[in-house]
Write a protein that binds this ligand. Sequence first.
Ligand code: FES
Length: 168
Amino acid sequence: MGHYAAWDIEVARALITRLSSLDGAVMPILHALQDEFGYVDRAAVPLIADALNLSRAEVQGTISFYHDFRDEPAGRRVIKLCRAEACQAVGCENLVDHLRTRHGLAVDATTADGDLTIETVYCLGNCALGPAALVDGELVGRLDAQRLSALCEGRAVETAQIIERVPA
Ligand code: FES
């Protein structure tokens, strides 16, 4: 499923144990779970609560408060669209409009068929080549409506065409 691992409670448990001694471990743990699985499974809540001596409600409250945490699996494909300042200056919001008007796709949502998740990120470190996006883990620069449509429709876009890296 995309570039995320399938939910595995033993992997989650090991990860929680490894990070539980950090100060303010809740956020690092939630981020690590989301990085690994693409979302924070409900079954992780009691594990985190026990490891950190918190109530389940406190852990659940943290997940709900920060809307970067998903509590349902991501789509099979994930497009992370940068909407930070430098990408805004080169029209990333037009791409958000394009997704809505042309494809009926909402940002920060997963399609009903579970195929595609589009989410907002703030700076991918690719500002010189904005609008930038991370498509299934691959950095894409100078994204435009046409190529975004191709990506949304799962059409093959030549790698060389879509990946541009900032020269060192
Ligand atoms: S602002 Fe978009 S990559 Fe930095």
